[in-house]
Each structure stands twice: as structure tokens, then as C-alpha cells.
Design a protein around this ligand. Structure first.
Ligand code: CP
Length: 269
């Protein structure tokens, strides 16, 4: 489908990524866009070049759209106030990961058949998770019921009031309540203080095992945005089971990102 022929897109990744970067690149190629891949390592960022200078230099080479991942929350918003090109947020710090939210919602609807009234548990490190934030906004907007579950140190105290969600610190109760469990990556790389005593302790209280799932009253759909810490938030025999839709999420990411790129280009006008 040559919908984005003559459109040039830069994938600007200041932070590591496997799924998001590759699926944006595939989405662009499937729409016949021209793509450039930029990673901060190996670029002139190491020589002190600012984000704005980097992007303005890339745009001067007639680049039309920017897909951007950055470790600083708000970086895409900052950029949007200084450059004319369309910017797609591919994950910014602990703020948002909008296309992950879209592909998660799409995957739930594909599996369950609807979003309104579906009970979704978001489990794990809510405080450091941009995936949790984008999931909450979208799922609540679409009429799903949302419960956040994890240790009290990893769930913001304001979450219940701010987002209209339920909060539970009991994993088994939460799994018995929900239709879908979206299990988050423990953000070891973003924690600058110790918020639980050890990974082993986390796994004992909040890790999802086959034994735990077998004790529930119903089959819960298991999701995870990746990358999985196997044996921490999710055991391998759960991640790789028929209850898991983790690889379908990845597959859906390409289609969802194709739609986002198409809608943000001027080609649909
Ligand atoms: N889900 C997600 O954002 O994964 P990556 O960090 O590999 O892109």
C-alpha cells in the first residue's frame, strides 16, 4: 500500500527499543515511506549537540515526520513547540507510550470482543510505567474497568482519584476479578531508589505463575508490553502459554502504527 510514498520519516531513538523501533520501521516500509533510523549512540549527541539542533539538522534534509523515543518525560511535547513536522511519541520517560496504549486496547478488543465493561488489571510498577499511563487513559475512555495492582510503593497515592481506577495490593484477588491482566516490565532501569527488597520478594508477592493461574475461577488473558523479566513479573510457562497474547500485541503494533502514521500525514486529507 503506497500510501506514504514521498513521505520521509525519521525514527529518532534516544533510548533503547526492540519492539517499538522495529514495528514503526516496518509500518513505514509497508506504507512505502522513506525512513531514516537515528540512535543517539554513535551520533553527535555524544559531542554535546542539543535535541533541537539535532532535529532541526535532520529536518533541513527534507524530513516530514518524526517518531521519537526519549528518556525525558515531555521531550516530544517540547519538540512539538519548536518544529513544524508531525511528531509521534514512541515513549517519553515515565510519561506516556501512546501507540502501546492503542495496540494494547486493540489487542484486548480483538481477544475479548469489546472494551466497554471489560475488566482490565494493570499489574506491577505503575509509578515508573508510561505504558500504564497510556493504558489507563485509553481504557477508561473506552469504558473498560481498570484496577491497578502492585506493591504500595509502586502505585502512586493519587491514582484512584486522578484516573478513576481501582487500586489493589492483592494479586490473587485482582486476578480473580479481571478478564485481562496487563503485566508490566519491572523498571529496574528507572528506579533510583529501592522500592522493594529483592526481585525474589517481588516475584513471591506479585509474580504470575502457572500455579496461581490454575487456582483461579476463570482463564485470564495475559498481556505484557515487553521486555519480559522472566521469573520476576511473569513465569516462562505463563508467558509462553495459550492464555498469553503477548506476541499478538507485537503483531498488532505494526498495524496500529501504520494507522497512526497515515492519519498524522497529510495524505489522508
Ligand atoms: N513495548 C515496548 O515499548 O518495547 P520496546 O522498549 O522494546 O520498544
Amino acid at each position: 500500500m503506497p500510501s506514504l510514498r514521498d513521505v520521509t520519516i525519521v525514527n529518532l531513538f534516544y533510548e533503547n527499543s526492540t519492539r517499538t523501533r522495529i514495528s514503526f520501521e516496518l509500518a513505514e516500509k509497508r506504507l512505502s515511506a522513506d525512513t531514516i533510523n537515528f540512535t543517539a549512540s554513535g551520533s553527535s549527541v555524544s559531542k554535546g549537540e542539543t535535541l533541537l539542533d539535532t532535529v532541526n539538522n535532520i529536518l533541513s534534509m527534507k524530513v516530514d515526520m518524526v517518531v521519537m523515543r526519549h528518556s525525558a518525560s515531555g521531550a516530544p511535547h517540547f519538540l512539538s513547540q519548536h518544529i513544524p513536522a508531525a511528531i509521534v511519541n514512541a515513549g517519553d520517560g515515565v510519561n506516556e507510550h501512546p501507540t502501546q496504549g492503542l495496540l494494547d486496547a486493540f489487542s484486548i478488543r480483538e481477544k475479548v470482543g469489546k472494551l466497554a465493561g471489560t475488566k482490565v488489571a494493570i499489574i506491577g510498577d505503575i509509578t515508573h510505567s508510561r505504558v500504564a499511563m497510556s493504558n489507563m487513559y485509553l481504557l477508561k475512555k473506552m469504558g473498560a474497568e481498570v484496577t491497578l495492582c502492585g506493591p504500595p510503593t509502586l502505585i502512586p497515592k493519587y491514582a484512584r482519584e486522578a484516573f478513576g481506577v481501582n487500586v489493589s495490593y492483592n494479586l490473587e484477588e485482582t486476578l480473580n476479578w479481571c478478564d485481562v491482566a496487563n503485566v508490566l516490565h519491572i523498571q529496574l532501569e528507572r528506579q533510583n531508589q529501592v522500592l522493594f527488597s529483592s526481585l525474589r520478594e517481588y516475584n513471591l508477592s506479585y509474580g504470575i505463575s502457572r500455579k496461581l493461574l490454575e487456582g483461579l475461577k476463570k482463564d485470564v488473558v495475559i498481556m505484557h508490553p515487553g521486555p519480559i523479566n522472566r521469573g520476576v513479573e511473569l513465569d516462562s510457562d505463563v508467558a509462553d502459554s495459550g492464555q498469553s497474547i503477548i506476541l499478538q500485541q507485537v503483531e498488532n503494533g505494526v498495524a496500529v502504527r501504520m494507522a497512526v502514521l497515515y492519519l498524522l500525514s497529510n495524505k489522508n486529507n
